[in-house]
Design a protein. Structure first.
Length: 223
């Protein structure tokens, strides 16, 4: 695990793994096997529950906040799984996140960057309903406005509430929205997640999870 944390935090190549860690191929095999078997997300879930309990919350959340972030893709990213986000001028992938009201990651979905937020939200909310059955309310920004609310209510029994931007001509922190934006900033501080280097979208999802496992375990250590 320390070797994976080192790679995620420092953004090194797999083959550049320092000699005081196991061989890079061994570390990669554990990383890929744990991701495919669901061990990575199970570890994240267990840590999140412990942090929530330590801070006086219920173990499982009843509400979430969703958002997305486009990241540039390296040459190692397959062309079939990348696209262009015209608004952000980014050619790469987009990670769609659902976090609890404390900013702790619940689930992540990685798509090509040309996928619209509201289109990526449907598989994200479907995944969210699978991993967290108690969630009944989701906050989102205006990029998710439209038919998504009706779809979410009818399909996954979740109410999507759009947090609208203020009309004031100055910076204002939007209620609930800042939580997920802070989480995106946490993830981007990890160099392996600042760009997408993974051949498989599922492996970038795992990298995001490992970044949040590191953050969540550090938060738990303070209790």
């Amino acid at each position: 695990m320390d070797a994976i944390f080192y790679l995620v935090d420092n953004g090194i190549k797999w083959r550049a793994m320092p000699v005081d860690f196991p061989p890079w191929s061994t570390v990669y095999n554990f990383f890929a096997t744990w991701a495919a078997a669901g061990v990575t997300i199970d570890l994240l879930d267990a840590l999140r529950e412990r942090v929530r309990i330590a801070e006086g919350r219920t173990a499982t959340p009843t509400a979430a906040v969703i958002d997305s972030q486009s990241v540039r893709a390296a040459e190692t990213v397959w062309r079939s799984s990348r696209g262009g986000d015209a608004a952000k001028k980014v050619n790469g992938r987009k990670r769609h996140l659902a976090v609890d009201t404390m900013g702790l990651l619940i689930c992540v979905l990685v798509t090509a960057a040309n996928i619209q937020d509201r289109d990526g939200a449907r598989p994200l909310l479907t995944r969210l309903a699978t991993v967290s059955h108690r969630i009944r309310l989701v906050w989102a920004d205006s990029g998710y406005a439209g038919a998504l609310s009706d779809w979410a209510r009818d399909t996954v029994n979740v109410a999507v509430q759009i947090v609208k931007r203020t009309e004031r001509h100055r910076f204002v922190v939007l209620p609930r929205r800042w939580v997920v934006e802070r989480t995106l900033a946490w993830i981007t501080r990890h160099r392996r997640c600042a760009r997408d280097y993974e051949g498989l979208p599922a492996h970038h999802e795992a990298m995001v999870c490992w970044a949040m496992i590191r953050i969540t375990s550090q938060r738990l250590a303070h209790h």
